[in-house]
Ligand binder design. Structure first.
Ligand SMILES: Nc1ncnc2c1ncn2[C@@H]1O[C@H](COP(=O)(O)OP(=O)(O)OP(=O)(O)O)[C@@H](O)[C@H]1O
Ligand SMILES: C[C@@](O)(CCO)CC(=O)[O-]
Ligand SMILES: [Mg+2]
Length: 346
């Protein structure tokens, strides 16, 4: 029997500005996202399709356990891709994530992007770009667009009403820009429920006039932040940062107004502020992760002290840079021992 082992990876994401506003039609100014809006089949899967799959898999309506949503997304993608491009051959799929799931870092989109790429490749809808002897390879722009559109549909299963931002980052990646501290409050939350809560709040009779200006302001912050980042040189100097820090502070307050804050995130912001650093939640909020901007002149001692205080709150933090390549195909022989070990345990 012909047998080949391949690995597909996709990055998670950190949203600087625009979470929630993007679901409500703001901030969609990137050509990547325009391609999502143009996607004819972006309304699928239908409610009926999902009901039928739930019945088939014995998953109760409204079930939100991670396994149920992951299974449903897999079943939908596998069947819909088979129906459109020809049968998915017999495959064994092992999934493992280095990202914390349900914490605001786009784990659901990374999962959907990897599944889309793997399923489309095994049924021949996209090529297998890895040549003999290569350790990694990426797909063509046209193939990435197809991967992204199927990942978006997978996201719809897990998340209900995704904007498409997370799967676009998982597919195309992002160039490195800023140094940040990424903190996981470890407070679990569901993106689906938080996004639905914001929608409900905005639709209340008296609220549109109150909430729409908040969304407009978040949109303006995203646009201004983009202008500042575009004007920044590769090695930015400290004077570019005060305005970015103010954007963080203002947006964090706005997100609290939308109802997606959490006491753990307030604590995170207070702790970092006591070391002169500015933070905001990232992703859907309600717990999960926060990001702290680290300007180039931040003293290493201040970063260390902030990390210690955050860990003392029971949080976990990493110093990192925003930026990663998008979905990538790897030969199994090139995977690190740590990844191979994790896959063997999955
Ligand atoms: N490695 C994985 N294996 C299986 N399912 C996964 C995996 N990673 C994520 N998921 C699915 O994604 C769900 C979490 O998605 P959710 O959108 O709530 O959080 P997130 O994507 O981590 O954060 P955000 O959407 O705010 O960036 C899980 O409940 C599970 O169904
Ligand atoms: C809250 C949200 O804006 C970001 C989740 O990472 C949802 C989305 O864009 O789909
Ligand atoms: Mg998600």
């Amino acid at each position: 029997m012909w047998r080949r082992e391949l690995a597909v990876s996709a990055p998670g994401k950190v949203i600087l500005h625009g979470e929630h506003a993007v679901v409500l039609g703001k901030c969609l100014n990137s050509p990547l996202l325009a391609s999502i809006a143009d996607e004819d089949e972006s309304k699928s899967p239908s409610v009926e399709q999902l009901d039928a799959l739930r019945e088939f898999a014995g998953i109760a309506a409204g079930a939100s356990a991670p396994e149920s949503l992951a299974t449903l997304a897999f079943l939908y993608m596998c069947l819909a891709i088979s129906a459109k491009y020809g049968d998915v051959p017999s495959v064994e799929i092992v999934v493992w994530s280095e990202l914390p799931t349900g914490a605001g870092l786009g784990s659901s989109a990374a999962y959907a992007v990897c599944l889309a790429a793997a399923l489309l490749m095994v049924c021949g809808a996209i090529s297998c770009p890895l040549q003999e002897g290569e350790s990694t390879a990426r797909w063509t722009e046209e193939e990435l667009t197809l991967i992204n559109s199927w990942a978006f549909r997978g996201e719809r299963v897990i998340h209900g009403n995704p904007s498409g931002v997370d799967n676009a980052v998982g597919t195309w990646g992002r160039v490195p820009t800023l140094r940040i501290l990424l903190t996981n409050t470890k407070v679990p939350r569901s993106t689906k429920i938080l996004v639905a809560g914001v929608k409900e709040k905005i639709l209340k009779v008296q609220f549109p006039a109150i909430m729409n200006p908040v969304l407009d302001s978040i949109d303006a912050i995203s646009q201004e932040c983009q202008s500042v980042l575009e004007a920044m040189p590769a090695n930015p100097s400290p004077e570019h940062y005060p305005v970015l820090e103010e954007f963080f502070d203002i947006n964090q307050h706005h997100l609290n107004v939308l109802g997606v804050g959490h006491p753990s995130l307030d604590r995170l912001c207070q702790v970092t502020a006591s070391h002169g650093l500015h933070s905001k939640l990232t992703g859907a909020g309600g717990g999960g992760c926060g990001i702290t901007l680290l300007p180039p002149d931040t003293s290493p001692l201040a970063v260390e002290a902030a990390k210690q205080d955050l860990c003392a709150c029971g949080f976990e933090c990493w110093e990192t840079k925003i930026g990663a390549p998008g979905v990538t195909l790897h030969s199994c022989s090139s995977l690190s021992a740590q990844v191979l070990h994790a896959l063997a345990q999955s």
